[in-house]
Structures are given as C-alpha cells and as structure tokens.
Ligand binder design. Structure first.
Ligand code: ATP
Ligand code: MG
Length: 506
C-alpha cells in the first residue's frame, strides 16, 4: 500500500541558504512520526511545503501514491492536510471562535450557520480541556492558550494528515498530556501524523517512528524503539553531546543581595511577593499558568503597574514605573512571547541584538557615532557563542528558524549590560545541543556578578541551572528549594501544592 503522504528528493533554496538538500520521507496512516533536528535543520521548511505555503525548487509530493501539486494553503487543506504551524497564524483582533472557523464556517446553502459553528467550537475546546469563552479575543489569551486555539483550528478541519510543528513549546504538563491523548486517538483512527518537538521525552512517549534532519538532509529514520535518547541526540548533532556541569557557585547564595524585592503587590494576587537575589546568583521561578511568576517578572520590568512594595538594587531603592525606568535602573528582561514582544521583524539580526545595548558601554566619542563595524563584531561573537544559524548579520530576523530567533533575543538580553537579568522561558524552541551552551553562557554572565532570574515551565531546565528555585502557586510561594532539593519531582510537586520533600516552605 502506498504511503499516505510522501515527499521525494525535496530541495528548498533561500538566498544564501540551501534549507533542504533532497529530502525523501513518507508518512503512513495510523502512525505518529517524530521529525527532529537542530535549530535551522529544515523541519519547518519541509512543513511549509506540505502546507502549500512554499513550493520547493525540486522534488515532488505524493498523496496515496498519486502526484500532488500544492500551489497554496487552501489546496493543502483540500488535499486533507492540516497543519499546526510553529509561528501562530491566528488573527489577534478576532475571537477564538472566529479564528478557529476562519475560512470554513459551516454553511447551509451558502448561509453561515452561526449556531452550528459555535457548537462545533465549544465541542473542540472542551475536547482540548480548554475552559474559555469562544467570544474572547485571541489577543487577550496567554501564549499557551493561543497555542491551544491554533491546535483547535487544525483539528476543526477534515484531514487525513495532521502535521504539528512544536505544538507543545508553550504548553504545560497537563495540556501536553491531553494533547498526546488526542494525537494517539487520531492515530488509532487511521490518521497519519507528523510531530516536531525539541522535547525528546515526547518523541519517545508519543511517537512510533523518528526521522532526523541535519543541515537540510535526512540522516536517520527508524522505529522509536530502535534507539535511545543518547543515540538520537548524536544523530541530530552529528557528534557526541556535551554534558553540562552544573558548577553551582556555592558562594553565590551567600553573596551580597543585588536585587531585593519587598512586599511587591501585583494585581490579581492576594499575597505580596518578596525575594532577594544575590550578585552572581541564578534563581529559578517555577509555577503553572496563574502562579504569578509571569506577573512578577513583568512587574519588575516596569510592565505592569505594581500596586505597592519596594525594589532595590545594590541597596539603592529604584522605581520601575516603566520599561524605560527598569532598563535605566539596570534591569533587563527577555519576554516569553517571542513574536509579539521580542523580535523586531523589519530589522536585521544585528540590529535586533543591539537594541538593548547600554550606550554607556561604548566609550568616548564612539558613543556619538553608532559604529556598524563594532555592532557587527558584537553580533559575530554572539553568533559563535550561541550557534546562531544565519548566513550573515544583515539577514532579517523573520527569515530565521524559530530556535535561531530565540537565540538572537537571548543574545540581546545577554549583552544588555544589565545588573539584574530576567529570563522568561529562555530556551523555548531551542534544540538540545544549544541548550547546554546557553546554560553555560547564563552561568558565565552570573559569574560576572549579574543577578539572574530564570522563569521557566521546563522543570529539567530549572534543575540544570538554578542555584535556588522558588515555586509559586496562585501567587503564593509553596517552596524554596536549594542544592540537592532542586529536583524535577520537587518542582512539579510544589507547583501543584504538594509538599516538597526537604524544601523550606513559605
Ligand atoms: N524566508 C527565508 N529566507 C532565508 N532563509 C530562510 C527562510 N526561511 C528559512 N530560512 C533558513 O532555512 C533554514 C531552515 O529553517 P527551518 O525554519 O526549516 O528550521 P527548523 O528545523 O524548523 O529550526 P527550529 O528548530 O529552530 O524551528 C534556516 O537556516 C533558516 O534560517
Ligand atoms: Mg522550526
């Protein structure tokens, strides 16, 4: 029996980048295929071709053995292919319902049947376990809920092939579990599914087969059970992975407090937030959606009016009533929302990294003349350190793969020259190899005396990097973990209010 969907010898070329170098791959009915690879390997490029958004320069597509031409995304949908793309394609100014049903309202004799549409949306949302009013505007949703709406949209169509590009990058554990249940059910119904993720545990838990792209070529394909995580990572990187030495600076916690937050009241939470971060210390913040950790970092960056409380840096009180005031005070933040609060899409990658640079870091007359040459040098250093895959520093950031955009934004934060660095989901969408390098860079920055707060939904990340880890639930601190107590189990347990073993409790 021919494969449900196959690609043969696909080549895709962008100016200066050969993103796919002759890839052949098949998807079978009833099976979940994981597609993995480093940032920039070509995964989303292949998906854009299957979605009809781009046409390859060479190669062909086959649907049940028959040649398939896709001139646009409508043709891809009509062929029974439904895609959850990595960068959301939602319209923020429209409601959840409108976004989900956009382009395929249930019609009867050409008339939109609003009642039907609504019922269908409600049903989809509840399948996904989403308790949201379908009339809410998408712009008012958290990144995680937007991701769920994007998934609901893909599931709302008739399809035989479902392709998901990093669907869980912004989801919490419970949501991931629900999504996996749905994917398994769809596979059991005979759908062919392609699943892209940088979370290798998902590859092994959920997927039947795995294909690895490296630098635009397919380098491995097998049943998932035929290899282990170590072997998979080696296929992805083309070399043995590094190991990350935690190298926790035991003295860090004892060092002078650099950032002290005292009784900060943030709207929506009953209890005030208080914490202190030493110079050179990395403090992890854990907690589910609604825990308050996002609101806390935003308040520290002057982005939400804090209602009361005191903030001081190196013993000097600071007022952070605006982002500008926060930056002036020496605080910098990486937002979790890469698309709407991170990238400046009309600027190139060098400009995107330089916007955070403190003018005081440039000495003498140079301050008056922004030098393109010195900016390029800074970008080149970051490109090496963060392994950013881009042909040159003048490339528009929007043309980079998702993970490479994330690295540019992290580079922006790392060289902002701040004393207090707030990192929200710093490695969202970053591949396993680059993650470790990023942890080492953050650690190095801390060693220079920066007080670092890492707010993350990735428990393994927090165990890898934190000197201390604070866990919140509904605005209350449920645990403060240090040293050997910083474990995934303790973090996850305290996030849902279970007593963490060995932790001190607030
Ligand atoms: N429009 C474009 N113009 C130029 N280069 C592009 C364009 N789109 C993608 N690229 C390049 O093609 C390569 C493959 O990108 P792709 O988005 O497919 O990677 P990916 O495997 O999805 O990575 P990630 O894990 O980071 O999402 C990258 O080097 C990227 O910079
Ligand atoms: Mg991608």
């Amino acid at each position: 029996m021919p494969a449900m969907l196959a690609v043969e010898n696909i080549v895709q070329q962008y100016p200066g980048v050969r993103a796919l170098k002759g890839v052949s791959l098949a998807l079978d009915a009833g099976r979940v295929l994981a597609l993995v690879g480093e940032n920039g390997a070509g995964k989303s490029t292949l998906i854009r071709i299957l979605a009809g958004i781009e046409q390859p320069v060479e190669g062909r597509l086959l649907l049940r053995g028959e040649s398939l031409q896709l001139a646009n995304s409508a043709e891809s949908q009509a062929a029974g292919i439904s895609v959850v793309s990595q960068e959301f394609r939602l319209v923020p100014q429209l409601s959840i319902a409108d976004n989900i049903m956009l382009g395929h309202e249930l019609t009867s004799g050409g008339v939109v049947r609003a009642g039907h549409t609504r019922a269908r949306v409600q049903e989809l949302l509840s399948t996904l376990g989403l308790d949201l009013n379908p009339d809410r505007l998408v712009s008012s949703l958290t990144t995680g809920d937007q991701q769920m709406v994007e998934i609901a949209r893909a599931l709302s169509r008739d399809f035989d092939v479902l392709i998901m590009d990093e669907p869980t990058a912004a989801l919490n554990r419970a949501e991931i579990g629900r999504l996996h249940g749905i994917v398994r059910r769809l596979a059991a119904q005979g759908k062919a599914i392609m699943y892209v993720s940088h979370h290798l545990d998902e590859v092994f838990d959920l997927c039947d087969e795995v294909a690895v792209l490296r630098d635009g070529s397919l380098v491995h394909r097998s049943e998932t059970g035929a290899l282990d995580e170590q072997a998979l990572v080696e296929h992805m990187l083309g070399r043995k992975p590094q190991t990350f030495e935690r190298a926790v600076d035991a003295a860090a916690t004892g060092k002078d407090p650099r950032l002290v937050v005292d009784g900060l009241r943030v709207g929506g939470f009953d209890e005030p937030f208080s914490l202190s971060v030493g110079a050179g210390e990395i403090v992890g913040l854990a907690g589910l959606v609604g825990s308050g950790r996002g609101e806390l970092t935003r308040a520290l960056f002057g982005d939400r009016a804090a209602l009361a409380g005191r903030i001081s840096i190196d013993g000097v009180p600071v007022q952070v009533r605006s982002v500008h005031a926060a930056i002036t005070a020496g605080i910098y933040m990486l937002s979790e929302d890469r698309k709407s609060e991170g990238i400046l899409p009309h600027l190139d990658v060098t400009e995107n990294t330089m916007v955070s640079r403190d003018p005081k870091s440039v000495s003498g007359w140079r301050r008056l003349v922004p030098s393109r040459r010195s900016e390029r040098a800074v970008f080149e250093r970051l490109r090496g350190e963060l392994s950013i895959r881009v042909p040159h520093g003048g490339q528009l950031i929007g043309n980079l793969s998702g993970g490479n955009q994330q690295k540019v934004l992290l580079g922006r934060a790392l060289q902002s020259g701040c004393r207090v660095l707030l990192l929200n989901e710093p490695t969202r969408g970053v591949d396993v190899g680059a993650k470790l390098e990023i942890y080492q860079l953050i650690r190095r920055l801390a060693a220079q005396g920066v007080a670092v707060i890492v707010s993350s939904s990735d428990a393994p990340e927090l165990t890898a990097i934190s000197d201390r880890c604070l866990v919140y639930l509904a605005g209350r601190q449920t645990a403060e973990l240090a040293g050997p107590d910083i474990t995934e189990d303790n973090i996850v347990g305290a996030s849902v209010g279970q007593v963490a073993v060995g932790g001190t409790h607030a």
